[in-house]
Design a protein. Sequence first.
Length: 189
Amino acid sequence: MILKLSNYHSVLYCATDPNRPIEKEAIAKGIELNVDDLKLAKILKECDKHLQRINEAYSDMTAFMLLTSDKYENLSKDEVQALDQYLFRFTKLQDAMGEKLFKALLGKFAENTDRLSFLDVIKKLEKYIALDIANEWHDLRKIRNQLAHEYEDDPIGMANSINLIYAKKAVIGSIYLAIKTKCDEIFSV
């Protein structure tokens, strides 16, 4: 275990299991593993996978979107599967970013997020990465909550909510990719 000071804060470099393949390779090459960097890289990889699946489902959905109440009630099995995949991955990307990525980034700047409201997390993140995302993120959360409170027996409401979240693919994608670019610039992750 090595305690090393970085530009931002104390960072603990450690090899917790010298028999694990990644740690064997690191030890053999004389590389010190930074747990925070590994965690951030893992979160980015997770977000990449969700965005990839969103893009694939979006592509499958172009033939039947935008929805009307009639179209919603008569979706084929394949259309429902594409729609479910899109909504599931959209939600997973939002969760991974909001619950993991934003907090991991603030941790890299030595910020404790334990007692911060989500709005405070976003505001601090904006300060460090010089991106204005609070309003767009709020809109994404509002649309997601709206969809969560729609019911199958309200096809007009469901169609409208799905159309809104479908139209926000570019927004969530651009927020994530801008943050990922900033991570690469600042941390070389």
